[in-house]
Ligand binder design. Structure first.
Ligand code: ACM
Length: 688
């Protein structure tokens, strides 16, 4: 009787019709119809699977149950799901027609139907069903006593087939658990490609059994064992994620050449002593693992047959670790300095009628095509590989923009017009700390470009790009998430889903759900701040971090030499994130006050100003026993000073001249404050 009453109450209170705008779905589905009523969860909730899915669905559904368990505290009776049609009477019925392939163009669609007593997910492949389960988790609602799903019908499918995240494991090495939890997050956001940047100037990260020098001399001991790589590949497969490995050549070659200097392009004159002679009678230059950030000259020698022999052997060992059909060979940022300075390479160019370094690089890249094809892999490279004689099968990864002196995404249009498939990363460089809005509104389909249907078809999708010069295992999640969820929506949802405030509202909830999944982007802020505070209260630091953002673009790490690849990055800037939490809210308060100077609106602005005065006081107190707080004090003081003055202005008690006030606020915008910028600067200026 009591049980029945609870059910009735739950049914009654959850009956208040929920509106679409209240749902925190991301990526937003292609079609959603909300109906009256809801499905209330009980301990007896069970799942049944039918059809011909890949067995990955069993683990996927079991994980779904445990996540729902964790969130609701119901602890369902059903434990592990191991086979088809185990519980024919179950309330959640999943049917898949076929086994999903971890490949592009697979059918990832699903239909989710929720009614009073029954939920069904119908999908062509298990990959679609996994997406449907993520949507179902996001649909979960609650009242004061129970958890329920609103009755609804959702039909959903991705707009683009390539929805990726790249993680650079060559700069700051990112251990297995970092990769796995980010793969979990990709799956939760219905993304399907993990591009793993494994080799760069700063290290070779793949265990090599036949070419052990690469890990002995070029990894600092920081690499993935082949067993670890296999376990990550399996983990990704279980979650529907394709892995695209990258070995960046011929530029970015410091690590490879540290192990194999004999295939480098640098010319060294014989000075007697220790230099080794190579077969041409010139000395072999020495190389070292790069510690800084930037573009460096070590480049593989395209005129040396040994280069191709070794690369072919590397691919023979690395390719079988990755079952996917794509291999990224980098190809970016080769400035050709060592090529230009090497007479033997100049001679080679002349002999092979290669007019310039672009043609020479194309010659080089074309040698790799059959090496990869042998292993069933298609070559992909950064946009610099797009040259006259490049194989049409190569996938062009568009990344450059105004920072590199070209038009944003120009290579994407060039590539599709010339018949290449392409993936967009320009505009998705999440390491640069730009606000979520900038990435969200960056569409892979270029506006205003006159593209035929066939050309548009060649735009496969996009990739969030996480370079790790300034990200460690402790901070990387906060650089990737939650902004990558907004990129996921851009790549999955309809082109018309572009309401930024609505996205922000949903993203707040999604961010919290990603933490629930194991991502550390929220919690690690406190870890860093406790270190800065020397284990004193982090309240003032935390409040200050809500109005500070790390320097954007390439402004931090000046000249690439301020921080090294072994720098732990535990500074205040590392605790701060883009889209500082209080910045938008303060801006709203300022706008409201300027539109209507009511006492309530004034009080809202004043509350922030008073808070920042208290923050300054708190940080000063903290600093007497926390040296790491010292670098933050100047900016906190500036914010304090302008806040004090603005409080007087609000009360018409200021004696400062307008220009002095202006000066005071502008001092908050100097670029030399502990690698952060004040995110409320523009709003303060507006207020003045
Ligand atoms: C790149 O950012 N160098 C691809």
């Amino acid at each position: 009787m009591k049980y029945l009453l609870v059910l009735l109450l739950a049914g009654f209170t959850s009956g208040a019709q929920i509106q679409k705008e209240q749902l925190n779905l991301m990526p937003w589905p292609q079609s959603i119809v909300l109906n009256d009523g809801s499905f209330t969860l009980t301990k007896n909730f069970k799942v049944n699977i039918t059809g011909n899915p890949n067995p990955r669905i069993f683990g996927g559904v079991t994980r779904f149950l445990r996540r729902l368990d964790g969130r609701t505290g119901i602890f369902f009776e059903q434990g592990f799901i191991a086979k088809l049609n185990e519980v024919p009477t179950a309330e959640l019925q999943i049917n898949c027609t076929k086994s999903g392939k971890i490949a592009l163009y697979e059918d990832e669609s699903y239909h989710l139907d929720i009614s009073q007593n029954k939920i069904t997910i119908n999908a062509t492949s298990d990959l679609g069903a996994l997406h449907g389960l993520e949507t179902l988790l996001q649909l979960l609602q609650n009242n004061g006593t129970s958890f329920y799903f609103p009755n609804s019908q959702i039909s959903d499918f991705p707009r683009f087939t390539w929805r990726g995240l790249m993680i650079d494991a060559a700069r700051h090495f990112q251990p297995v658990d970092v990769i796995k939890r980010n793969i979990d997050a990709l799956a939760a956001m219905k993304m399907n490609v993990f591009h793993w940047h494994l080799v760069d100037d700063q290290g070779w990260r793949i265990e090599m059994k036949k070419h052990t020098k690469l890990i002995e001399l070029a990894s600092d001991g920081l690499y993935y064992t082949q067993e670890e790589i296999k376990s990550i590949v399996k983990y990704a497969d279980e979650r529907g994620i394709l892995i695209v490995p990258e070995i960046d050549v011929p530029g970015h070659g410091s690590a490879i050449l540290t192990a194999y200097p004999e295939i480098g392009s640098k010319v060294t004159t014989l000075t007697g002593g220790t230099s080794e002679k190579n077969i041409q009678g010139t000395a072999i230059a020495t190389y070292g693992i790069e510690r800084n950030a930037g573009i460096f000259s070590p480049t593989l020698d395209p005129s040396n047959p040994k280069t191709y022999q070794l690369l072919s052997e590397f691919f023979d060992e690395v390719c079988p670790l990755f079952p996917g059909s794509y291999f990224h060979i980098g190809g970016d940022e080769n400035e050709g300095k060592d090529w230009d300075a090497n007479p033997k390479i100049q001679e080679f160019k002349k002999k092979n009628k290669l007019a310039n370094n672009h043609e020479l690089q194309t010659y080089f890249t074309m040698q790799l095509v059959p090496m990869l094809k042998k292993h069933g892999k298609q070559l992909m490279g950064w946009e610099e590989i797009l040259t006259k004689n490049m194989s049409k099968e190569a996938i062009i990864h568009s990344w450059r923009g105004p920072n590199e002196g070209v038009m944003a995404g120009q290579s994407l249009v060039d590539a599709v017009k010339k018949g290449y498939k392409t993936v967009l990363s320009n505009g998705y460089y999440i390491d640069l700390m730009y606000p979520v809005e900038s990435h969200y509104l960056n569409d892979p389909m270029p506006k205003g470009a006159d593209l035929s249907a066939e050309e548009k078809e060649r735009i496969l999708g996009g990739e969030a790009t996480m370079w790790t010069e300034l990200a460690t295992p402790a901070t990387i999640d906060s650089r990737v998430w939650p902004r990558t969820a907004a990129i996921a929506e851009r790549l999955w949802s309809a082109e018309t889903v572009i309401d930024v405030p609505n996205m922000r509202k949903r993203l707040d909830v999604v961010s919290f759900r990603l933490e629930e999944l194991g991502l550390t982007h929220i919690r690690n802020k406190a870890v860093i701040l406790r270190n800065i505070a020397n284990n004193q209260s982090i309240k003032s630091l935390s409040e200050f971090s809500n109005v500070c953002e790390p320097l954007k673009g390439y402004k931090r790490n000046k000249g690439g030499t301020e921080y090294q690849m072994y720098s732990p990055l535990t500074l205040f800037a590392d605790a701060c994130t883009p889209d500082a939490k209080d910045a938008l809210a303060f801006d709203d308060a300022v706008s409201q006050y300027l539109a209507n100077k009511s006492p309530e609106n004034k009080a809202k602005v004043a509350a922030y100003l008073n808070k920042w005065i208290a923050v300054n006081k708190g940080l000063n107190e903290l600093s007497s026993n926390a040296p790491l707080v010292q670098p933050i004090l100047p900016l906190a003081k500036k914010l304090n000073d302008i806040s004090e003055q603005l409080l007087l202005v609000l009360d018409n008690k200021s004696t400062l001249k307008a220009e002095d006030l202006q000066k005071l606020v502008e001092e908050c915008d100097s670029k030399d404050y502990a690698d952060v910028e004040l995110a409320v600067y523009k709003s303060l200026k507006k207020l003045i």
